[in-house]
Design a protein. Structure first.
Length: 406
């Protein structure tokens, strides 16, 4: 097929600004950055995204694709909606893609990359994928599918074709490539590690007892847990650790967020009524910096076997405000590698309340070390900037276009 005009990036995603999700925020920044080098066309499943682009002459072209979003608890309806979106995206790519274009998708919803890559291949276009969630590994880690199940086997057959067909695979963790390289004919040269970045202003914040999120517990060591707790997280581990520390008068847990894990936490607290635990409603975006600065240390509790399948994005915001972290995870996961390399916290085994409680106790007993690690966190955050990450995306895609043109 003869190439017509200069290469373009066609980015297909369900989420795009003005959607307020982290995924949409990152993809919006990536698209705007790549638009500095080539024309970018975004196929968006987010209502209002095309109207927003009209207000910015330098923005990528955005084409809205009809997308219905049933409630999260309506799993059957969501599956049908995801399949319908993938079909519409397939047709949108097939109609528009040219042989010298780069067609890129993300792994949310899980149906999208297969449809987008197939359409791009039929048009002989270059293909790229940004992996945020890896299936079936995420389902297996969450206990929703067994490795030998029909669902898992089907995913692996589809993945073998998908990963082999891609020209570029972007991953946000160094723990992902070993999982991808298990598939036949997937070589390491096509896999590129580009971390996410902090979405908050970077700078160490001294713990301030006048902080409204800290005032009620100003004399105590505040342990925080926040954000979306999905199937790959282990909120019960945090609650059990708090139970083990309930007689430690100088330690208090402040928990705030959303997702299925928070329903479990609320049920546990309603039953136990631990005095060293405070549950808060999700904090508005404009109060997030104050909230993150209120804790002395933040927890990230993962389940077993989630290395390579869970996004470590929340880590970067903890770093931005200058806070040490305690992470329950495997030592080879991306978040564990970052914490160990930078010396900004503690790593404990996943789903082990006893060791999590001991790590909290140690952090509270040695506040000088915790304070030092928090300072290091703010310094480490300078490595995770939008400019650095989006620059990497631009460089890799320019190289792909250059190779195709030769």
């Amino acid at each position: 097929m003869k190439a017509v005009g200069p290469p373009r990036l066609i980015l297909a995603s369900e989420f795009y600004p003005p959607d307020e999700s982290t995924t949409a925020t990152y993809l919006g920044a990536i698209a705007h950055s790549i638009a500095l080098d080539m024309k970018v066309v975004v196929l968006s499943g987010t209502p209002g995204s095309a109207r927003q682009a009209e207000d910015d002459p330098k923005a990528p072209d955005v084409i809205e694709i009809l997308n219905r979003r049933p409630p999260k608890h309506a799993l059957g309806r969501r599956l049908i909606a995801n399949m319908a979106l993938a079909m519409r995206m397939f047709w949108a790519v097939y109609r528009r893609a040219r042989s010298n274009d780069v067609v890129m998708s993300v792994t949310s919803p899980f149906t999208l990359p297969y449809a987008i890559t197939l359409a791009a291949r039929l048009r002989q276009a270059n293909t790229a994928l940004l992996i945020y969630d890896l299936y079936p590994e995420a389902l297996e880690a969450a206990g929703l599918a067994r490795r030998t199940s029909l669902v898992a086997r089907t995913f692996r057959v589809a993945n073998a074709w998908l990963f082999r067909s891609l020209d570029v695979i972007f991953v946000i963790g160094r723990d992902v490539p070993p999982l991808l390289l298990r598939y036949p004919r997937v070589n390491a040269e096509k896999i590129h590690f580009v971390p996410n970045w902090t979405l908050l202003p970077i700078g160490f914040r001294e713990p301030d007892d006048e902080n409204r999120f800290r005032k009620a517990h100003s004399s105590q060591f505040i342990v925080g847990l926040c954000g979306n707790l999905g199937f790959t997280h282990a909120p019960r581990t945090v609650f059990e650790a708090a139970r083990l520390l309930r007689n430690e008068q100088n330690i208090h847990f402040v928990l705030s967020g959303w997702g299925i894990g928070w329903s479990e936490l609320r049920s546990l607290q309603e039953s136990e009524k631990l005095e060293n635990v405070t549950l808060l409603d999700p904090v508005p975006e404009d109060q997030l910096v104050d909230f993150l600065a209120a804790a002395d240390v933040w927890l990230i509790p993962y389940r077993h076997k989630v290395a390579g399948v869970s996004i470590p994005s929340r880590l970067y915001n903890f770093l931005a405000v200058g806070r040490a972290v305690i992470v329950a995870t495997e030592p080879h996961s991306e978040v564990a590698l970052a914490v160990t390399e930078e010396g900004i916290g503690w790593i404990v085994p996943p789903e082990d309340p006893l060791q999590l409680a001991q790590a909290v106790r140690n952090a509270a007993a040695d506040r000088a070390t915790t304070h030092e690690r928090s300072h290091r966190a703010a310094t480490a955050a300078l490595k995770y900037t939008e400019e650095a990450s989006t620059g990497a995306y631009r460089k890799i895609l320019r190289s792909l276009c250059s190779r195709h043109a030769q």
